[in-house]
Design a protein around this ligand. Structure first.
Ligand SMILES: [Zn+2]
Length: 438
């Protein structure tokens, strides 16, 4: 006899486990933070709360494996510019003035809410004042891999001290929702000495290292001129890469780069929507998958996407590679859903607790309402999730065994207040921009 805190019944369940099992009219039992039952036989149980998932798809929460959550305040502030113009004349001056602990508190709350409303239950973040983002995750109930962005060139953005970053790592070392990480911005914006110190710390503390690599042609050229090597070859030459490396973008990789990343066991995160919008290029995802690399997906920041909807990211990924390779069989719906769930967990090093629905794992679950015109009829749930659904079809979200969102309403979070607060910040940003960023 089970004592469930939550029972989900009548469910079409996509487990996203290694054999991609799925079930019809099935049950999931949750006790405390974990899945304790999953199957088609009705369990003998007493349940505190029962969710009837008839006409719903039940699957693991999506994993946004790369974003900059605090940048929600800069969403849409400057678009359709060249990357360097965008960064030098808009994003960096705006960050210099508006990235404060107070503003990040509001902007990260908005990002977390937006992600939960579109089915993301874990995100991997690279930004500043990580402490407030972590507290927001704890209060709202979101899972995240978080680290303080480190950058020392070409602009020295020093928002917090080194002590802040070390204290953060200590504070969240054994947390049930937060995994601390180390976050050097990129090989072109961090000195060799800094990268070596980061690697040493990550070895000592067994922490993941989250870094942008080979996002643009210019970056590859810059590193080649300086070192004679590609960014991946350069990082490997200083023994930086290993199975805790989270290599983000990887748009411009050579075959040798891919082989090095594979040999070192590094995980890849691609953000195609941002790469398209900033005209950075298109990563060779099918080739990476063929080489046995683990490739996950992230939205990148909301200033270059401009939303945090992982359904869009998955749909776009599978379509661009079909078109680019003139081959509609090169990637499929199941594969890209794996990238948005289990591959994310693997790349972030948390696949022992999340990424799939399996007994023993934490209950990170999303329930998608398919009783809608654009999801009717349903022959194949994988197809619908990739080609027809969007983030606003997510009805209910459970993270770490707690119901966070029910029928698209937050149970314990005031979204209206955050929307008002962010509009106040945006008024200040508009005034500053209209005065020529002075
Ligand atoms: Zn990024």
């Amino acid at each position: 006899m089970y004592n469930f805190d939550i029972l989900i019944k009548n469910a079409t369940i996509l487990t996203m486990n290694d054999t991609m099992e799925s079930f019809e009219n099935a049950y999931i039992g949750i006790e405390k933070d974990a899945i304790v039952y999953l199957g088609t036989d009705k369990p003998k149980a007493v349940s505190k709360e029962i969710i009837d998932a008839k006409n719903n798809i039940v699957m693991p929460g999506l994993i946004n494996s790369h974003t900059h959550s605090g940048m929600t305040m800069f969403r849409g502030v400057a678009d359709d510019l060249s990357l360097m113009n965008w960064l030098n004349n808009y994003i960096w001056p705006l960050e210099d003035k508006f990235v404060t602990e107070e503003n990040i508190n509001i902007a990260s709350k908005l990002a977390i809410a937006e992600m939960i409303l579109s089915g993301t239950t874990t995100f991997n973040d690279m930004y500043f004042f990580t402490g407030v983002t972590a507290e927001n995750c704890k209060n709202i109930g979101m899972r995240a891999v978080l680290g303080e962005a480190i950058i020392n060139f070409p602009v020295s953005i020093k928002k917090t001290s080194e002590d802040y970053f070390l204290e953060f790592i200590e504070k969240y070392a054994d947390d049930d929702l937060i995994t601390p990480s180390i976050v050097p911005h990129s090989p072109y914006s961090c000195s060799e000495d800094l990268l070596k110190r980061i690697k040493k710390l990550s070895d000592e503390k067994s922490l993941p290292v989250h870094i942008h690599i080979s996002e643009t042609i210019d970056e590859v050229k810059m590193i080649k001129e300086k070192t004679g090597m590609t960014p991946v070859e350069y990082l490997d030459s200083i023994n930086f890469l290993n199975n805790r490396t989270i290599a983000v973008h990887c748009v411009h990789l050579t075959d040798n780069d891919m082989n090095i990343l594979k040999k070192r066991g590094a995980g890849i995160v691609n953000s195609p929507e941002s790469n398209l919008k900033l005209a950075s290029g298109i990563a060779e995802v099918p080739k990476m998958l063929n080489k046995g690399l683990t490739v996950a997906l992230g939205t990148d920041g909301p200033a270059s996407n401009n939303n945090l909807d992982m359904f869009e990211e998955m749909s776009l990924t599978v379509k661009i590679h079909k078109a680019l390779n003139n081959d509609s069989t090169i990637m499929n719906a199941k594969e890209v859903l794996r990238m948005g769930t289990m591959n994310g967990a693997k790349v972030l090093g948390i696949d022992n607790i999340t990424g799939s629905l399996e007994v023993g794992k934490k209950a990170d679950i999303i329930i998608i309402d398919i009783n809608k015109p654009h999801l009717t009829p349903m022959y194949d749930p994988y197809s619908h999730l990739t080609y027809s659904a969007n983030g606003s079809d997510v009805d209910t979200v459970i993270i770490n065994g707690k119901i966070i969102l029910k029928e698209r309403k937050f149970l314990n979070f005031d979204l209206e207040k955050v929307m008002l607060d962010i509009k106040n910040i945006s008024s200040e940003i508009i005034t500053y921009k209209n005065n020529g960023m002075k």
